[in-house]
Design a protein around this ligand. Structure first.
Ligand code: ADP
Ligand code: MG
Ligand code: MG
Length: 738
């Protein structure tokens, strides 16, 4: 998670004199990178996924699961191999820390490449990750890919049990011992609170079941948890006399508590960063050909983000209650919202964790007056510096908008360091703007080019599902580029889609604004595209796709509310009322046309086709989303009293069921159809096998690229000369995707 500099982080108060300086230096660093890389051209597609995992402690005899706080130790074990690698060689999996001590993050050891065959490596690599973690767990631990532990913040939910009300978070529910010990994390937690002037205050609506209390006091239940019923150590007395009340700010937080004690609510109340940043997600990063393509992808994927948030929704429970929402997004927005009360009224519209406010592409399709239709504040100093140094207006606005946020963690050491060639101060601001998409300029330290990170997705239970969503994202990005798709709608409507995406059962209940005609040319479906391999490919589309162009442009408005089924699977003209009569091709048809055109080899077609069929079924509502499946499991559990409350037993059985689904022991056809039958091969995969598969993709018939692509691959991926010569010999018969 973000930048992990070392040193002594400053308190919020001590940071004050440096804030302006960090911003100025950060902008200078960005300008330096921009000038050095704005004309960088012809980078190959490279990409990678990130999956966050949760480590759990299992007490079989008491049928209780809790969050194991051993992630730092586990991570040390997992990283041993990486750290002992000889210079220049790589591992199959990279392990990275995350916010909470129950989380670890895994990514492929080297990014995937532009070969169609690489799409097949994803699931295998994810399986290997699970095996690697598994090998370092203790006997009573398991690992799951779930977004949120259902009893996060309820009673003794960590293993070991630790006291709450730590100085970083002052949380009534989550101990500071759950925060990653790297100084960045507790400092972020405390400084967000101090900047804000009060603790974070996250509310989410409780799902109203037959016997759910309509109204309950905010505090008593939580205090009850801490006081006795779950064996915690703090009483109300100790809260108000806590030794952490030293500073003025902390005293104010305690006053809040008195206020809270008077409130009643029908929402769940959460009071610290861990409720949000302790949630796990699935992300995909894509390297673009150049800056222009990266900015264009950024915009298109920002519009696509709410669709994927809805499809992957997996967070119907938090803090021991069924929620009336299905996803983590707004919980995290609240968990790191550092705006002061005054700023809430007159400052930035959103938390620093939220969907984007500005499209950034300078292509002609992007009409700023129409699409950038919400007010986005700019840091005026930064904006001026950027313009003066030749950054174009739209990119300058994007960066200056990121820089309205203050640096939350400043290291004493970094203020004196020589930093012209570092990007530390820029990254400080960039990496604490947690948006649905992130535009990443090339790195000065590695070979990485302009990249776009896609960040909305919630993590799924199985490697199969996570691979399917990651691969689908990559393929959507490929059709966007191949067919010059235009997804632009006003940002205000993207915001509305983000809200819709989080509603309960959003996939089947909600409509999402989407563009009626996504093709660059209003009058015809693209019949050819030139890909990075240098060849022109000719996609064949079904007649329904052809029909779309003829109907889509006859309308006054360029976008329309559609169901996710329509967006993903398409719709024909006769479905709707006559004045809304238009057809939509559906993204899957476009992907199929694309795969057909690049002549995806039959062996890859089966696997990729299965992913597409799975996503198509999810979008149709034929399969439950992860959130709906969890909700259903709870509602059918014999210990559930239809009061929206999740107890330890329900939690245990739910997590055990998820564990069994992951390992293939339990078949859940409502969730997975017959697309996935369990990880039969899981125990057979090894790093060596993966390496072999990667080499096979390189050398085998699934690859096609022109000579200059090979040369670039050679430069980037350090292929051996032999491999290069061999590949060049195969150019004509192989497949590569742009
Ligand atoms: P962050 O910490 O900001 O999330 P990282 O730089 O650690 O980002 O990389 C995250 C993801 O980017 C991983 O999935 C990784 O495989 C992928 N990645 C790394 N290098 C590249 C690259 N050159 N192009 C595209 N993706 C890359
Ligand atoms: Mg992460
Ligand atoms: Mg990331």
């Amino acid at each position: 998670m973000g930048l992990l500099s070392t040193g002594h982080p400053l308190s919020w108060k001590a940071s004050q004199p440096y804030i302006r300086e960090v911003k100025r230096k950060g902008i200078r660093q960005f300008i330096h990178v921009y000038c050095a890389t704005k004309n960088r051209k012809d980078d190959c597609l490279r990409w990678g996924d990130e999956v966050e995992y949760t480590v759990l402690h299992v007490d079989k005899s008491r049928r209780k699961m809790s969050l194991s706080l051993r992630a730092p130790e586990i991570l040390q074990e997992l990283q041993k191999q990486e750290h002992s690698q000889p210079e220049g060689s790589s591992v199959e999996v990279l392990w990275r820390p995350e916010y909470a001590n129950w989380m670890v993050e895994g990514t492929p050891g080297v990014p995937y490449r532009c070969f169609a065959g690489d799409l097949e490596l994803v699931e295998q690599n994810m399986m290997l990750r699970r095996l690697e973690i598994f090998s370092v767990l203790e006997k009573n631990e398991i690992v799951l890919s779930i977004t949120a532990f259902p009893l996060l913040g309820v009673g003794n939910f960590t293993s070991p049990t630790e006291p709450v009300l730590g100085p970083a978070s002052l949380s009534l529910y989550v101990p500071d011992a759950a925060i990653n010990p790297h100084p960045r994390f507790p400092t972020l937690t405390r400084n967000i609170r101090h900047r804000r002037g009060r603790k974070v205050d996250i509310r989410r609506p409780v799902y109203q079941d037959e016997k759910t209390d309509r109204e309950f006091p905010v505090l008593p239940r939580c205090l009850a948890h801490q006081n006795g019923c779950s064996g915690g150590t703090n009483s109300h007395h100790s809260l108000t006399n806590s030794s952490t009340t030293d500073s003025e700010i902390e005293k104010e937080d305690m006053l809040d508590l008195e206020q809270l004690a008077k409130e009643t609510t029908s929402d769940i109340y959460m009071d610290c960063m861990a409720f949000g940043m302790g949630c796990c997600c699935l992300q995909v990063t894509l390297q673009a050909k150049d800056m222009d393509e990266s900015r264009y992808l950024y915009d298109q994927l920002a519009v696509f983000a709410p669709i994927m948030l809805a499809l992957t929704g997996a967070t119907p429970i938090l803090k021991g209650y069924l929620l009336d929402t299905d996803s983590r997004w707004d919980i995290i927005c609240g968990a790191v919202d550092d705006r002061t009360l005054e700023e809430m009224r007159h400052g930035p519209r959103k938390s620093r964790y939220d969907s984007i406010d500005l499209f950034v592409s300078s292509r002609k399709e992007m009409i700023p007056e129409r699409y950038n239709d919400v007010e986005a504040l700019l840091d005026e100093d930064s904006y001026r510096m950027l313009l003066e140094n030749g950054v174009d207006e739209r990119l300058a606005k994007h960066i200056a908008h990121l820089f309205i946020r203050d640096p939350l963690v400043i290291y004493e050491e970094s203020m004196n360091a020589q930093d012209e060639h570092s990007t530390e101060h820029f990254e400080n601001i960039q990496s604490t703007n947690w948006n649905t998409v992130r535009l990443k300029p090339p790195s000065l330290e590695s070979n990485a080019g302009w990249r776009t990170e896609f960040r909305p997705m919630e993590v799924q239970f199985t490697d199969f599902e996570n691979a399917a969503f990651a691969v689908f994202t990559v393929l959507v990005s490929r059709v966007i580029i191949a067919f010059d798709l235009n997804f632009y709608i006003p940002i205000s409507l993207v915001d509305r889609n983000m809200k819709a995406a989080q509603c309960r059962d959003a996939v089947i209940q909600q409509k999402f604004y989407f563009r009626r005609n996504v093709f660059a040319d209003n009058s015809h479906v693209p019949d050819r595209f030139k890909c990075a391999c240098g060849r022109t490919h000719k996609p064949r589309f079904s007649s329904s796709v052809q029909e779309c162009c003829l109907t889509a442009c006859s309308s006054c408005s360029d976008c329309e509310p559609m169901t996710i089924d329509q967006i993903i699977n398409g719709k024909s003209v006769d479905e709707l009322h006559s004045n809304h009569n238009f057809a939509f091709p559906g993204l899957i048809s476009l992907i199929r046309g694309y795969l057909d055109a690049i002549e995806l080899p039959p062996e890859s077609s089966v696997k990729i086709g299965n992913y597409l069929d799975f996503i198509s079924a999810k979008a149709k509502g034929e399969l439950l989303t992860t959130a709906s499946w969890i909700r259903k499991f709870v509602c059918n559990h014999e210990a559930y009293r239809h009061d929206s409350v999740i107890n330890e037993l329900i939690c245990y059985d739910l997590l055990k069921a998820i564990h069994d689904i992951t390992s293939g022991k339990r078949i859940e056809s409502e969730l997975l159809g017959d697309f996935y039958q369990g990880n039969g091969e899981c125990h057979e995969i090894s790093a060596e096998m993966l390496q072999e598969m990667r080499t096979k993709v390189e050398k085998g018939p699934t690859l096609m690229a022109s000579k200059d692509i090979f040369q670039r691959l050679h430069n980037l991926a350090s292929l051996s000369d032999d491999a290069l010569v061999e590949m060049e010999g195969r150019v004509s018969s192989n497949t590569e995707y742009s």
